[in-house]
Design a protein around this ligand. Structure first.
Ligand code: NIG
Ligand code: FE
Length: 417
C-alpha cells in the first residue's frame, strides 16, 4: 500500500504527550509549524516538520498537498450521545420554556418515555438510516468516533434492536460508532414490578446476549430520582463489572450520589455533573474516572453547566460531549457547545481541545486515537484558517475542510471552489 504524505499544515497540533488529568495551559500545546503526517493504511507512521518528512520518505509516496493556510488536529471524539432514536420532542422544549421542569414533563408522560414509544415503533431499517443521518451530521463537524447509547427500547428485544441498528449503521459508515447499553435509562412504565426486579431481569437476560453477540462492552445507567437510586443501581453495575463490562454513569444531573458511585466502581466515566458537590469534585479529582461535561443538556434545559473549572483544578480528567438526544439536548453541535462552555467556565483552548480529543477517547477506554502519533489511527481533521485559536473563537461556525478517518479522506467540504 502506498504511503501518503499529507501537508504542509500551517499549524499541526498532535495533542500528544499531554497529561490525562488536570488543568492545561495553552503553552503546553505542541504546535508544529509547516507540519506533515505520513499515513500507511489505517495508521499514522510518522509526523513532524513537512520538509524533514519529505526527505525521510522520498520515493514511492503519494503527496496530498495543502495549498491554503491549514490547521490539522486529531479528529474529535463525541463520547456521549443518544442518537439512536425516533421522533422528536419540540413540545417538551416549549413546555420547559413555559416553566415546566424536565422532571415534571417526565412525570406527566413526556420525556424519555415518549421517545421510547416512537423508538419501539420504528423499523430496524429506518432506525439504521436515522442513526446514519445523525452520525453524518457529526462527521461533518470533524467527529470520527461517536459513542451511541441504547436506552429508548427498555425491553429486551427493543434494546437488542437498537444495539444491532447501531452496529449495522457503524458497518455502513466510514467512522466508528461505540455502542453502549443504557437499558437502565428509566424503569419502563409498562414493566410490572419494582425497579430492582427490572434491573435483575435485564442483568440476567440481556447482559449474556450483549456478550454472546458482541453488541456492546459498555453498561450505562441513569442514577437520579426519576430513574434509579444508588442502592437500586449498585448491584446492577456490580454485576456488569464482574462480567467485564466497562461502566459509565449518568451522574449528578439533578441530585448527587451518582459520581461517587461511579468512582467507587471505577467506572470509565461519570457524565453530566451539573449538581456535583465540592466532595464529588474532590473525589473525581483523584479518580481515574473521566468527568464528562454535557453542555448541550445545560443549554437544552436552561440549567447551569457542570463545574468544569473546579473539576480540572481538582485534578480531574475532563471530557466534553454533546449528549445529543431528542429531549434534553437536541442541538448536536460539539464545538458550539464546547466553546460556550469554555467561555462560561474559563477553560483554556488546550483544555477544550483535550476534552474532545484524547480525554474523550480515554472516557471510552480507547488509547489509539485522540492524539496524532505513530501507531495511532489516522483520524484527523483539517481547517482552512491560519490559527487553531480561530476554531473555538468561531463557536462552531468554522467547520473542517477535510475529515480523515482510518487513513481515508471521508469528508471534504465543498465551498464551490
Ligand atoms: O443524558 N439524563 C438522561 N438521559 C438523557 C436524556 C434523554 C432524554 O431526555 O431523552 C441525558 O440528558
Ligand atoms: Fe445522556
Amino acid at each position: 500500500m502506498k504511503k501518503k504524505l499529507i501537508g504542509p499544515f500551517t499549524q499541526l497540533l498532535p495533542m500528544r504527550d499531554l497529561p490525562l488529568r488536570g488543568s492545561l495551559a495553552d503553552d503546553q500545546l505542541l504546535i508544529i509549524s509547516t507540519g506533515g503526517i505520513v499515513v500507511e493504511g489505517e495508521k499514522i507512521t510518522d509526523i513532524g516538520a513537512y520538509q524533514e518528512l519529505e526527505e525521510r520518505h522520498s520515493g514511492t509516496i503519494e503527496h496530498i498537498k495543502m495549498v491554503n493556510s491549514s490547521i490539522c488536529l486529531p479528529a474529535y471524539v463525541d463520547c456521549h450521545t443518544h442518537i439512536a432514536f425516533a421522533g422528536e420532542r419540540s413540545h417538551d422544549f416549549a413546555l420547559r420554556n413555559a416553566g415546566a421542569s424536565y422532571l415534571e414533563i417526565a412525570a406527566s408522560g413526556g420525556g424519555i418515555w415518549s421517545t421510547v414509544q416512537h423508538t419501539r415503533k420504528i423499523t430496524f431499517t429506518d432506525l439504521v438510516e436515522q442513526i446514519k443521518i445523525n452520525a453524518l451530521q457529526l462527521l461533518r463537524q470533524g467527529v470520527t468516533t461517536i459513542e451511541v447509547k441504547s436506552g429508548y427500547g427498555l425491553e429486551l428485544d427493543q434494546e437488542i434492536k437498537i444495539l444491532q441498528a447501531i452496529q449495522q449503521a457503524g458497518e455502513q459508515l466510514p467512522i466508528e460508532l461505540i455502542p453502549t447499553c443504557l437499558a437502565a435509562h428509566m424503569k419502563p412504565r409498562d414493566y410490572n414490578g419494582s425497579a430492582s426486579s427490572y434491573l435483575s431481569y435485564v442483568g440476567e437476560h440481556l447482559f449474556p446476549v450483549l456478550i454472546r453477540e458482541g453488541l456492546s462492552n459498555r453498561i450505562d445507567a441513569f442514577v437520579e430520582q426519576s430513574a434509579f437510586s444508588v442502592s437500586e443501581i449498585t448491584p446492577y453495575l456490580q454485576r456488569a463489572k464482574d462480567l467485564g463490562f466497562d461502566l459509565t454513569v449518568h451522574a449528578d444531573q439533578f441530585s448527587t450520589g451518582g459520581s461517587r458511585l461511579a468512582c467507587e466502581l471505577e467506572a470509565v466515566s461519570a457524565d453530566h455533573l451539573e449538581a456535583s458537590s465540592k466532595q464529588d469534585i474532590a473525589l473525581l479529582g483523584v479518580s481515574n474516572t473521566v468527568a464528562v461535561a454535557l453542555p448541550g443538556a445545560s443549554l437544552g434545559l436552561g440549567m447551569n453547566f457542570a463545574p468544569c473549572r473546579g473539576l480540572l483544578d481538582a485534578g480531574a480528567s475532563l471530557a466534553i460531549a454533546t449528549d445529543w438526544n431528542p429531549g434534553s439536548a437536541p442541538m448536536g453541535q460539539l464545538m458550539t457547545q464546547a466553546a460556550i462552555l469554555a467561555s462560561s467556565q474559563k477553560l483554556s483552548n488546550a483544555e477544550l481541545f483535550a476534552a474532545i480529543t484524547y480525554r474523550a477517547a480515554k472516557a471510552l477506554n480507547l488509547t489509539d486515537r485522540g492524539s496524532l502519533k505513530p501507531g495511532n489511527r489516522a483520524d484527523f481533521i483539517v481547517y482552512q484558517t491560519n490559527s487553531y485559536q480561530n476554531i473555538p473563537y468561531h463557536q462552531g461556525t468554522l467547520l473542517p475542510k477535510q475529515v480523515w478517518s482510518n487513513g481515508q479522506l471521508v469528508y471534504q467540504e465543498n465551498r464551490g471552489e
